[in-house]
Ligand binder design. Structure first.
Ligand code: SF4
Ligand code: SF4
Ligand code: SF4
Length: 890
């Protein structure tokens, strides 16, 4: 876009076409007072404070006046100042006058503007109305709303609508009585507010303000420790305490936005329950021990169980450097490939599926491309709860005119924005997707040029579509044929189309097939290898992508290099100066089975909590009790750690340096904000100390950047990454050389498969392993709460707990009527594997016959009852579908 030339107060400036006069002035350090303008929002022009004189003729609001060539702007004429003064005085007569005692003194925009314009305090005093005495809403644990301070600028209303897409706020009443109110005028805590705090950080006065947040003494830029979006944040620190977090407005990932967990969920860092010393269990009780005592014991015991008697679990919560060291330790010191991590329970099929289709098991495109998609197909992802900032982008795409198709067994929040909602029965994704593909082919909407040039395997795939005529698909999925057809035509027509999915696709015994179905659909429509297209698995935890990239998997070294390929094995043997096993290890669920069979005797568990997170989790407890030696390394004494022989206290993400790799393959820096609490140490350091005590060389790293150097030397896709290069925005792999800028979207010219072509895979529909019957007539599916993360070891340590304090069994009103249940009744949910208890919550969002629960709450450990039947390829358990019955607790 060409620049426009204009003068403001006699200064010649240039501004991009489309800028407003206010934007042009501010960007050139010319201050024009403004209260209702915010750079992230559409201008509203209501405060009338940004008035300027245009071309010596008219006076207008600068926030809504576009720049024009030759335009002359005056910001400081007597008439402009008179109008502004009237505007600010009118605001002041309604506003409390005790600025000096206000907690927002010197941070308040109203005060700043009043000082700039210079108000006539006597005049204001004469006009002053009785001060409002409206009740303050302090129901939210993190912030309050004081309507007495509100200047009705509308920034909060527009933020909640335009950025967050929740629409919780609006103006209520008229004239002097006008206030900002929540939807249905409920207290903030009971309203539909998601507590994201976006309105709070944009409020120009103290009307919406955080509770009890002192100013930080220093700030440290780092990466959010929760979901795979990987938002960039600044941690606020005083002394050795993290007191708050704020957004990094320059981040290309979150672009000035956060969700409730990233903004407020830092209380766990300095929580008194943190582990601060090593613990050794003696006579069934944990006793505090010195590091020497604990590490000597671990080294001695591990030495007795080298080889296939040993297994380790790494963690998607830990840094890349931590994960690299744990897998190196397992392979180079313990001599086995029995290393896995929690990706097995969430996204293993993304790797096994996408590698077959595209040659790379990662998100094909970037988060920043979401708003520009002309169609978004969100299947098996409750994005607003699991990846909130990506949900903001989805809503932005819709606001820009893009189509949104949502496929989910439950009526999730995104449905409010969707053009098409496909409410398919749990576990029927392959049928739904193949049905859509059959329509696309039958109606000649496929991209034959793309298929011809860039794909293989089309004929056998096409043949497999024969079984998926719409009447059959409707019968399997429960979705009306005309809706399936409409979705198929929409996705094939509005390009580029971006397919997003999460664990609704992967956590099935046919999870790999589900993923293959999504990639077939993208190939069929040519929706790969372009911006705002592709197949995009949204990774659940902060570093699932990185833990996989680092080879915390039983069959591959870092960079997905196969352990069974002799040349690759030799490369790692040379680098690590040891003999390595070419026998692939066993996976997560299989490891616990092997413990129960007496094959695995020692387990090293880093940063994971399978007693709550693993399907049919009683088998984890049984296995933990059977182990000869069990070491847990974590930041809290988790439900799993209770079963350990030795517990090693680890530093949290805020206490160490390193990197996380987010869902879009972006490697980003994690920076130490405070020293490790108590005697805790970074995970990489603890593992290195064990290795050194066991006599192994190659673990003498003094800091994580040295570990990253070793990673990049051995991992081609990370080859161009250094800490220095990550300083600003991180880099997206593949980034193979020091001059590579990384790769925002994959498969632009060639797929990463041998031969460079994308592969269609023929598919059949396979029902879930356990379907409802007369004894267990309901389907249980699992989900996530916005306010908690994984097994909630971090999020149940502060205000987030107030926002969601317990489990709920979500149930359709008709099922509740049949079972004679009312909202809040305590129920038992029983499966073939056990029973859990929680209150029932009756909601139309659950379809009849389906109940859903999270797995965040130790008091209601949902995974006691889920099914551990495995996908044969990815070895992921089927946590999304199992048969249950529900009974009222008498
Ligand atoms: S905190 Fe977020 S969801 Fe709640 S009212 Fe403000 S912008 Fe809306
Ligand atoms: S609460 Fe703050 S942002 Fe919202 S209208 Fe009032 S002053 Fe503006
Ligand atoms: S969207 Fe994810 S990464 Fe971003 S602030 Fe929320 S939890 Fe953190």
């Amino acid at each position: 876009m060409a620049d426009v030339h204009l003068t403001i107060d006699g200064v010649e400036i240039r501004a991009p076409e489309g800028y407003s006069v206010l934007e042009a002035a501010l960007e050139n350090d010319i201050y024009i007072p403004h209260l209702c303008y915010h750079p992230d929002l559409k201008p509203s022009g209501v405060c009338r404070l940004c008035m300027v004189e245009i071309n010596g003729r008219k006076i207008d609001v600068s926030c809504k006046t576009p720049v024009q060539n030759g335009m002359t702007v005056r910001t400081d004429t007597p008439e402009v100042n008179r109008i502004r003064r009237v505007a600010i005085e009118l605001l002041f007569i309604n506003h409390p006058s005790d600025c000096l005692s206000c907690s927002w003194n010197n941070r308040c925009e109203l005060q700043k503007i009043a000082n700039f314009i210079g108000i006539d305090r006597d005049h204001v005093g004469l006009l002053r109305k009785d001060e409002k005495d409206l009740p303050v809403d302090d129901s939210n644990p993190f912030f309050l709303y004081d309507p007495n301070m509100c200047v009705l600028c509308g920034i909060c209303v527009r933020t909640c609508d335009e950025i967050v897409g929740v629409g919780n706020l609006d103006f209520a009443f008229r004239g002097f009585d006008s206030v900002v109110s929540t939807f249905r005028n409920q207290p903030m805590l009971e309203s539909r507010c998601t507590s994201c705090g976006e309105c709070v950080v944009r409020c120009p006065v103290s009307a919406l303000r955080p509770k009890d947040v002192p100013a930080p003494a220093r700030e440290v830029k780092t990466t959010c420790p929760y979901c795979g979006v990987g938002c960039s944040i600044y941690l606020g620190v005083r002394g050795e305490k993290v007191i708050g977090a704020r957004v990094d407005r320059d981040s290309i990932v979150n672009r000035g936005r956060l969700c409730v967990k990233g903004r407020f969920g830092h209380e766990f860092i300095n929580h008194p329950d943190r582990l601060t010393t090593p613990l050794i269990k003696r006579n069934g009780k944990f006793e505090e021990a010195s590091w020497d005592e604990a590490l000597d014991l671990v080294a001695e015991k591990f030495s007795k169980h080298r080889g296939e008697e040993f297994a380790a679990f790494s963690s998607a919560k830990c840094t890349n450097e931590d994960n690299y060291i744990v897998q190196k330790f397992t392979r180079a010191v313990m001599g086995t490939n029995n290393i896995d991590h929690c990706a097995r329970l969430c996204h293993a099929p993304s790797v096994t599926g996408l590698v077959q289709s595209f040659g790379s098991g990662a998100m094909t495109n970037s988060i920043g491309e979401v708003p520009d998609a002309n169609c978004i197909f969100a299947i098996g992802t409750n994005t607003t709860t699991a990846h909130p900032v990506i949900a903001y982008d989805i809503k932005e795409s819709v606001r820009r005119g893009g189509k949104l198709i949502v496929a989910n067994p439950r009526e999730i929040d995104l449905c409010e924005y969707a053009d098409i909602f496909l409410q398919h029965a749990p576990g029927t994704d392959v049928a739904l997707l193949m049905g859509m593909m059959r329509v696309i082919l039958d109606e000649n909407l496929h991209d034959s040029a793309f298929i011809e040039k860039r794909c293989e395997g089309f004929d056998s795939f096409k043949e497999s579509l024969g079984a998926f005529d719409l009447p059959s698909v409707e019968k399997i999925t429960g979705v009306p044929s005309d809706l399936i057809r409409e979705a198929a035509v929409t996705y094939a027509t509005f390009k580029p189309g971006m397919l997003l999915y999460a664990m609704g696709i992967t956590q099935h015994t046919h999870g790999t097939d589900n993923v293959l179905a999504t990639s077939n659909l993208a190939l069929l429509t040519g929706n790969v290898g372009k911006p705002s297209s592709g197949v995009n698995p949204l990774r659940g935890q902060n570093n699932v992508q990185g833990a996989c990239d680092m080879g915390a998997l039983p069959n591959v070294y870092p960079g997905y290099q196969n352990v069974a390929v002799p040349a690759i094995k030799k490369k790692f043997e040379d680098a690590w100066t040891c003999a390595l096993s070419d026998r692939p290890g066993i996976t997560h669920v299989e490891i616990f089975d092997a413990v129960l069979e007496g094959k695995i005797k020692a387990l090293y568990q880093v940063g994971e909590n399978p007693v709550l997170s693993e399907a049919n989790s009683q088998h984890v407890i049984d296995a933990a009790e059977k182990l000869d030696f069990f070491v847990v390394q974590d930041i809290f004494l988790t439900e799993t750690a209770q079963y350990a022989d030795v517990v090693l206290p680890a530093a949290s993400y805020a206490e160490k340096n390193g990197t996380f790799t987010n869902t879009e393959r972006r490697v980003q820096r994690v920076r130490k904000a405070i020293n490790p609490v108590g005697q805790s140490k970074p995970d990489w350091k603890i593992t290195c100390e064990i290795a050194q005590r066991m006599g192994k060389l190659g673990f003498d790293f003094t800091n994580p950047s040295e570990i990253m150097s070793e990673i990049t030397a051995l991992t081609p896709s990370y080859g161009g990454i250094t800490y220095e290069r990550l300083e600003k925005q991180g880099l997206q792999w593949p980034c193979t050389a020091k001059d590579s800028e990384g790769t925002p979207y994959l498969h632009a010219e060639f797929f990463a498969r041998p031969g460079g072509k994308g592969k269609f895979l023929p598919l059949t529909y396979k029902p879930s392993a356990e379907l409802p019957d007369d004894t267990y007539p309901l389907v249980l599916t699992t989900e996530r709460s916005l306010f908690h993360f994984h097994t909630a070891t971090m999020t149940r340590k502060g205000g987030l707990e107030t926002l969601r304090p317990h489990e709920d069994v979500l149930m359709n009103p008709e099922d509740a009527r049949i079972l004679k249940l009312k909202d809040g009744d305590m129920v038992k949910v029983k499966s073939r594997r056990g029973t859990v208890q929680a209150p029932v919550k009756i909601t139309e969002s659950s379809p009849q016959g389906v109940v859903s629960m999270t797995f965040h709450f130790a008091e209601s450990p949902t995974n006691r009852i889920t099914n551990s039947a495995l996908d044969p390829v990815a070895k992921i358990p089927e946590t999304k579908v199992c048969a249950v019955k529900v009974e009222k607790v008498q």
